[in-house]
Design a protein. Structure first.
Length: 290
């Protein structure tokens, strides 16, 4: 287990999946990140690469050749290598190898950086194309936060703060795939969305193109909060596993699940990113707690 610590914060992460496993604020004395209890969901904050969401039949094509990946790709189940470790920063890397080429036929170099802040952690992804041809990929984050945050409150005592009035139209799912339909989550534009389990009866809420890519989990009953700031990410998912689950995920994505139908060429997949040889893609998000 890798620890980063300063006067106010402690985070922990592991080389397996380069996954955050703990976010602790010494001033509030609260653990904010989900503990990966397998009775509900056995992960903390996996990295989604090179796909986000589910592929139809767990299959995609590259120039007509079929490849197979589970939901959210393979990076979350691979061992990363620590290449830099300071008191307040850790950089981990994953590169293409024979194993990855069996399911993803491109050469790449994925770097994940965690930088500890006074009130949270800053996360940066870099994808470098080390191939001789254009590569296609998606990447995303999947952090789960304890909810309720404090004793004496319940899941329903919290709300999402979008920092701007939004229409809040969610992309609808049919099973694990996009149905092609939108559903209004609220009748009118709103900046705040009360949280309850009924919101997730059809799996995740998925929003595209928010005005402010910044979402906080707050409560009217106390001042503690979690905020995720994800500039330039085109999609964000909000998810919990089922009724009674004591966590909520805020998931910034560059990419999205397949639509209902048949497997497609990776280059034609909705929300796919493309990268020319020697080019580097960069994305970042910040988790702030208080």
């Amino acid at each position: 287990m890798i620890k980063l610590e300063n006067d106010t914060m402690l985070i922990e992460l592991k080389e397996a999946g380069a996954e955050l496993t703990k976010i602790y604020n010494k001033q509030t004395q609260l653990d904010y990140l989900w503990n990966a209890d397998t009775a509900f969901w056995g992960r903390h904050a996996p990295i989604l690469f090179p796909t986000v969401g589910r592929l139809v039949e767990d299959t995609y094509f590259v120039d007509g050749e079929a490849f197979h990946l589970p939901q959210h790709g393979f990076a979350r189940d691979r061992e990363f290598k620590v290449v830099e470790l300071l008191r307040d920063k850790c950089v981990l890397e994953l590169s293409a190898d024979e194993k990855s080429r069996l399911v993803y036929p491109y050469a790449f170099h994925l770097t994940v950086s965690y930088t500890l802040l006074e009130d949270g952690v800053h996360v940066e992804y870099q994808v470098e194309n080390t191939d001789e041809k254009r590569i296609y990929f998606s990447i995303g984050a999947h952090p789960a936060f304890n909810l309720p945050l404090v004793r004496g409150t319940t899941f329903d005592d919290y709300y999402l703060d979008f920092h701007a009035k939004e229409e809040l139209e969610s992309l609808q799912l049919e099973g694990p795939y996009r149905s092609g339909k939108l559903k209004r989550v609220t009748a009118e534009e709103t900046m705040e969305l009360p949280i309850n389990y009924e919101l997730f009866a059809n799996d995740a809420l998925i929003f595209e193109g928010l005005k402010e890519n910044k979402i906080a989990i707050r409560s009217k009953k106390h001042a503690h909060f979690v905020q995720v700031d994800f500039p330039n990410f085109p999609f964000v998912g909000i998810w919990t596993a089922r009724d009674g689950t004591p966590f909520l995920c805020i998931e910034p994505w560059y990419g999205i699940a397949d639509g209902v139908g048949s497997p497609v060429e990776l280059r034609d997949k909705a929300g796919i990113e493309q990268l020319e040889p020697e080019a580097i893609f960069t994305a970042n998000y910040t988790i702030q707690v208080g």
